[in-house]
Each structure stands twice: as structure tokens, then as C-alpha cells.
Design a binder for this molecule. Structure first.
Ligand SMILES: [Fe+2]
Ligand SMILES: [Fe+2]
Length: 321
């Protein structure tokens, strides 16, 4: 500390005070380089996940079983695009431009949630994604509404409200299928069999293998450990599955009276690592599609920039920074 310039010493003291008070750090505040870096990575990866996550579901818009289902699914996929935009904006306040963040994704230097490297094979998968994937996202993100970085925390408040609708629509798809014909019920069961493990892995590796978690918790970015959040999620979805008349194919899943929680089986962490490493069923396809969409959208970005430039020439007050 003594080697830091005076401004940094005072900045660090202010930062420590804000964190100790459980208050918010704002973009113009001093922050440690590691805090800025961690948040830039986390928030931008979160933004990438929202955008890539549109793909497995958008794939079903043309095949939704009714006009009502199509309209609901389109609204949900559009919500995810909006989440990406809020989060890129929040990430930009940390000092890295959106162009650079997007470039990191397109060249393969940035990660996104590995769950989106799984395909949506049937209509029931759309239900399972809404119920389990958006459900896990909510469990992860509700505590982030209290994250110490103001722009991230505030973006999470609205995102969580929309995710609640997403989860509900997924559960409702599965409810109709599980109360339909035997074939529909079977399709719903197979969908949750596919998504149970990957959804539980969305909370990240076990605490013992998650060395950065402690620092994130000390900075009030993370409020609960990966395993705590995973446990909370399991406790929530087991009674919900019962209400659907479905079950999880996990022989170790049972209520533990002593712990007051459900026990669950070991997850396939080798699979998790291989999907993160790029070997999941859809990694290549997801990135090809994103690059293609980025190229196809170039004219929109160019037109928007030209229009902004024109407005700036006519009246600089029309466009604010
Ligand atoms: Fe989202
Ligand atoms: Fe969502």
C-alpha cells in the first residue's frame, strides 16, 4: 500500500469503506484494477451468454405449436437480446468499449455460459430451458441485484423480473405437455432428463474448484457460493417437478432430514470441462451463427453511426455521449 500514489491510497480507503458499508461503487469511483477486471469479465460474459442464449430458442420460433406460443417465445427471445444490451452497457461503464467486448467473443477469447452449447431438440426442450435454465439464471442473479457495482446491480433488477416470466412460461409449457397425451408427457420427461445436469452446472464448479469465488465474495459481487446457490436451486425445483408429475433421473436425489435439504448426485464435471473447452454439441455452430449475424448486421451499425454523425452536424445537442 505504501508504494501507491496518494490518490490510490485515498481511493482504496474509500473503496474499502463502501464495501464495508455494503454500499455501491459507481463508474467514476476509484476501484482496484482487479475489481474492474473481474467485473468487466463477468458482466461481458454475462452479456455474451444472453446473446448466444437466443439461438437455441430462436431456432423454435418458426416451429412453435401455436400462434400464442410463437408470440410468447418471440417476446422471450427479444427479452434476452435486451438483457445483452443492458449488460454490454453496464460493462462499458468499466472502461472497455462494446466493440472490444464483442470482438473478444467473436475471436473466441471470451466465454459464455456453457449451457447454450446444448441443442433444443424438441418443443419440450423449450419448456425445460425456460423452467430450468432461466430458473437457474434467476437463482444466480437475484443475489446479483445486491452486487457492489451499481450499474451491474441495477441492470439485474429488471433482468430478474423478466427472467421470472421466462421461467413461468417454460414451466407452463411442461405442465401442458405433462398433462397431455402419454407421448407428450414422455417428451417432457426426456427434456428435463437432458437439462437437469447442465442446469445444475450453471452455478459453476464445486466450491473447492472455484478459487476466484472468495475474492468475489469479499468484494460483495458474489453473495453465495456456487454450491450454496446450487443447493437452493435443487431445493426449489424438486417440488416443482412433483407438481408437474415429472421426476429427475438422479438416484441420489432425496430429502435429507438432518440437513434440511435435498441431497443430489455428483455431476459430470468432465463433460462440463469439455463443453467449456469447446467440445459441446453446438459450440462451433453457435459461434458460426454469431459471427454471421454480426456480419449481416454491419449495415445497421453503419447506418446508425452515419445517422448519429448527421445529427451531430446539424445539432450537437441532439446526441449526448
Ligand atoms: Fe436473460
Ligand atoms: Fe431468460
Amino acid at each position: 500500500m505504501s508504494s501507491l500514489p496518494v490518490d490510490d491510497v485515498q481511493g482504496q480507503q474509500y473503496f474499502d469503506k463502501i464495501i464495508a458499508e455494503d454500499s455501491r461503487i459507481e463508474p467514476s469511483d476509484w476501484m482496484p484494477a482487479g475489481y474492474r477486471k473481474t467485473l468487466t469479465r463477468q458482466v461481458s460474459q454475462h452479456a455474451h451468454s444472453e446473446i448466444i442464449g437466443m439461438q437455441p430458442e430462436a431456432n423454435w420460433i418458426t416451429r412453435a405449436p401455436s400462434l400464442k406460443r410463437k408470440a410468447i417465445l418471440m417476446a422471450k427471445v427479444q427479452d434476452e437480446a435486451g438483457h445483452g444490451l443492458y449488460l454490454y452497457s453496464a460493462a462499458e461503464t468499466l472502461g472497455t468499449s462494446r466493440d472490444e467486448l464483442v470482438d473478444q467473443l467473436l475471436v473466441g477469447r471470451a466465454k459464455y455460459s456453457s449451457i447454450f452449447n446444448y441443442p433444443a431438440r424438441t418443443w419440450a426442450d423449450i419448456g425445460a430451458i425456460g423452467w430450468l435454465v432461466d430458473g437457474a439464471a434467476i437463482a444466480n442473479q437475484v443475489p446479483l441485484c445486491r452486487a457492489s457495482y451499481g450499474p451491474y446491480a441495477r441492470s439485474m433488477v429488471r433482468i430478474c423480473k423478466e427472467e421470472s416470466f421466462h421461467q413461468r412460461q417454460g414451466w407452463e409449457i411442461l405442465y401442458e405437455l405433462s398433462h397431455g397425451t402419454p407421448a407428450q408427457k414422455q417428451m417432457a420427461q426426456e427434456a428435463i432428463n437432458r437439462f437437469y445436469g447442465p442446469a445444475l452446472q450453471m452455478f459453476g464448479p464445486p466450491d473447492a474448484d472455484s478459487p476466484n469465488s472468495q475474492q468475489s465474495m469479499a468484494w460483495n459481487i458474489k453473495r453465495f457460493t456456487n454450491d450454496e446457490l446450487r443447493q437452493r436451486f435443487v431445493d426449489m425445483i424438486v417440488p416443482q417437478a412433483e407438481a408437474l408429475g415429472l421426476h429427475f433421473e438422479d438416484p441420489d436425489l432425496k430429502w435429507n432430514e438432518g440437513r434440511g435439504h435435498y441431497d443430489y448426485g455428483e455431476l459430470d464435471w468432465d463433460e462440463f470441462k469439455s463443453v467449456i473447452a469447446g467440445e459441446g454439441p453446438c459450440n462451433v455452430q453457435r459461434m458460426q451463427r454469431r459471427r454471421q449475424a454480426f456480419e449481416e448486421g454491419a449495415w445497421v451499425r453503419e447506418a446508425a453511426a452515419a445517422y448519429a454523425e448527421k445529427c451531430e452536424r446539424i445539432d450537437p445537442n441532439l446526441i449526448s455521449a
